[in-house]
Design a binder for this molecule. Sequence first.
Ligand SMILES: [Zn+2]
Length: 133
Amino acid sequence: MGNLVSTISEQVTKQARHRCGYCLTLEIVSGVPLILEQIIPKIKGGLEVEENLWLACHLCSEAKGTLTEAVDPQTGLSAPLFNPRTQFWISHFAWSHDGQYIIGLTASGRATVEALSLNSEWRRRLRAIWAQC
Ligand SMILES: [Zn+2]
């Protein structure tokens, strides 16, 4: 209390609107705090600065690991992973009509869906429950 300078963590959380930058899971429904995720991992020269941080859920963060690119299953070519800080989610992804699948619209979108397993069975089951709320 009384600290006028918000921490990087607070700032990024606010910018990310308390949701995972990749699968859009809200912190409040994830049951655990979201992770401050390095977009470019330290091992590849990423810094612990605001410009390189975004919020991610545990599933996305673990799946992403140190990846910065992955194969687009449509073309078989490597594509950079979606960058939640500099790119718009809706430019790269869409929801299926039943709200259970995330559909990649671009090479980066498709590569990210695949690499982060955004449509794993467990995730789809959870989304089906949210959709009923
Ligand atoms: Zn996520």
